[in-house]
Write a protein that binds this ligand. Structure first.
Ligand SMILES: [Zn+2]
Length: 314
């Protein structure tokens, strides 16, 4: 797909979102919701690309159902916003789309009560992310030793379990503030080659800043894991509720413990270059239903992109 085709799709979606916003504006106000929010949640923009977010309207007959619906994409539970949260007459599914997803028709599986089952089709369109070629002088970080592989596997399991964690005690949150001040040195989704060997695409956003710069929670969350990992270095994982998980890597210092409740702007620790990093920066991953998505899609404002060679990671 060409970028102009994608632009047209995004524009078409933007137009439908504007129409949607007009409908919301004319709708009567609902009472406070049962999820602890007193004002309307603005859903993210419908961006149905790999690494994006699909915002899907559930059938209207679920609105009056006594049992709240649940929805699953690729067998993973997804975030739902109730009608009261968006002041509309339907539930909304906020679906994270993994970077590796093939374009085409996909299904959201919806359940309500014992008997109700729906399959809601939606279309994912292609997106080509930029290529990045990196030369790493530490060969062990390009091709880890056999001894390292066991450690890498163990740490990966911890992170995967954290990304799959489902909790409804907080959120849902739709707006994240930038966790550290600094320019974006590597955007999300880059197709990477380390010493000319293809590697997984860049699943987060890199923010370059001097070592010791504070890293702050982008929204209320519970700390679900901390550790010092082979690739990611000193790392914190936060659970914001309803499948929204964020991860902070390469820190020089961690100031929070597992289980702690943090508020927006609370300090999590300091920027560093631990793990596979050639310079101080924060690698920040944002995950919805275990799909790493472009953090910009949930950020309150988009920071400038300044390519910096020295802050490279995974
Ligand atoms: Zn990164």
């Amino acid at each position: 797909m060409t970028s102009s085709t994608l632009s047209r799709i995004i524009l078409a979606n933007a137009a439908s979102m504007i129409a949607f916003a007009l409908i919301i504006a004319s709708a009567p106000l609902f009472a406070q919701t049962d999820i602890g929010v007193s004002k309307t949640i603005q859903p993210p923009l419908h961006t149905p690309v790999p690494g994006g977010i699909a915002v899907l309207k559930l059938p209207n007959n679920l609105t009056a159902s006594e049992t709240p619906p649940t929805a699953y994409y690729q067998n993973t539970q997804v975030m739902l916003l109730p009608p009261t949260a968006t002041q509309t007459n339907h539930w909304l599914a906020i679906v994270g789309i993994p970077l590796t997803t093939a374009p085409g028709t996909h299904q959201l599986n919806i359940r309500s009560g014992e008997k109700t089952r729906y399959s809601l089709p939606f279309t994912i369109v292609d997106k080509t992310y930029q290529e990045q070629r990196i030369t790493l002088t530490n060969k062990r970080q390009v091709n880890p030793l056999t001894n390292d592989l066991q450690r890498i596997r163990r740490e990966k399991n911890i992170m995967v379990a954290a990304f799959k964690d489902w909790s409804t005690s907080l959120g849902p949150s739709m707006k994240l503030t930038q966790p550290a001040i600094g320019p974006i040195s590597s955007p999300f989704g880059l197709r990477r080659f380390f010493n000319d060997q293809p590697r997984k695409p860049h699943s987060g956003l890199d923010i370059a800043a001097p070592e010791g710069t504070p890293i702050q929670a982008p929204a209320e969350a519970i700390v679900i894991a901390t550790g010092d990992y082979f690739f990611n270095g000193k790392t914190v994982l936060l659970n914001h509720g309803h499948g929204l998980i964020t991860m902070y890597c390469h820190m020089s210092r961690i100031d929070v413990s597992k289980g702690a409740l943090v508020q927006r702007n609370d300090t999590l620790g300091l920027i560093g270059k631990t793990g596979r990093a050639t310079g101080p920066h924060l690698h920040w991953s944002v995950s919805l239903n275990n799909a790493r998505i472009d953090p910009n899609l949930l950020m309150t404002k988009t920071p400038p992109h300044t390519p910096l060679k020295q802050s490279i990671d995974q």
